[in-house]
Design a binder for this molecule. Structure first.
Ligand code: SAM
Length: 210
């Protein structure tokens, strides 16, 4: 962690104890623990949710449930989050993590492929979608999600600076970097939305449907 990030962490809200534990457990027990949101991004997600005040939120890519719990923490009473995870081996961990939280009643877990699941929703269903699944699919998934968002609603897309790799020519087999580049270029020319990229952690793109 660089010193600016350390400084930020020292001067923002504390990371709740349960989230600290979930983050630690992901790094100890799972192969790709680094995929989890952490202290700064988690507090930012909660804050963005409090600002947007969505009634219905969708998350693509639950992993351990860290970001889902941050989103749920920011929701108002009666608002809800649906979160989709393709890896059924994560289900027990996710359900256990949710069960330890006082926000679990706001969250519904769906095990499945978001590329298929999103097609089941009516148009204009969601006020906010947090996109954090496979970077290879970002553009195709975005096109499926956009109709499902209300006008004036938001998408937050994670990892859009992809460890700085967006500045380099991708290797021919680096499909993740190619996916992020394709998504960023596509979004730049998309007049249906307004967009801004935040250089927080691995890059977060805030997208507002006009
Ligand atoms: C970066 S992790 C998510 C981290 C989590 N949102 C957080 O911030 O704590 C990405 C997750 O997306 C899941 N995933 C990838 N492709 C998916 C798809 N098509 N549908 C649903 N989940 C998917 C992966 O299995 C993985 O658990």
């Amino acid at each position: 962690m660089d010193s600016i990030e350390e400084y930020i962490i020292e001067h923002i809200d504390e990371e709740p104890g349960l989230l600290k534990q979930i983050y630690r457990e992901a790094h100890l027990k799972l192969l790709h623990g680094g995929m989890s949101s952490g202290h700064l991004q988690g507090r930012l997600l909660k804050m963005l949710v409090q600002m947007i005040r969505p009634s219905r939120v969708l998350e693509i890519g639950t992993y351990t449930g860290y970001s889902a719990l941050c989103i749920a923490e920011g929701l108002e009473d009666n608002a809800s989050l649906e979160t989709i995870e393709i890896d059924d081996e994560m289900e027990d961990i996710i359900r256990d993590n949710f069960s330890r939280s006082s926000f679990s009643d706001r969250i519904k877990l769906i095990i499945g492929d978001a590329n298929e699941v999103v097609l089941n929703y009516d148009d204009s269903t969601f006020d906010l979608v947090f996109m954090d699944g496979n970077k290879r699919d970002y553009m195709q998934l975005y096109e499926k999600i956009l109709p499902k968002i209300k006008h004036g609603g938001f998408i937050i897309a994670d990892n859009t600076l992809w460890h700085g790799k967006v500045l380099e020519e991708p290797k021919s087999n680096d499909w993740q970097t190619k996916g992020v580049l394709e998504f960023n270029d596509h979004l730049k020319g998309d007049n249906r939305v307004e967009k801004v990229i935040l250089a927080v952690r691995d890059g977060l793109t805030l997208i507002r449907k006009k």
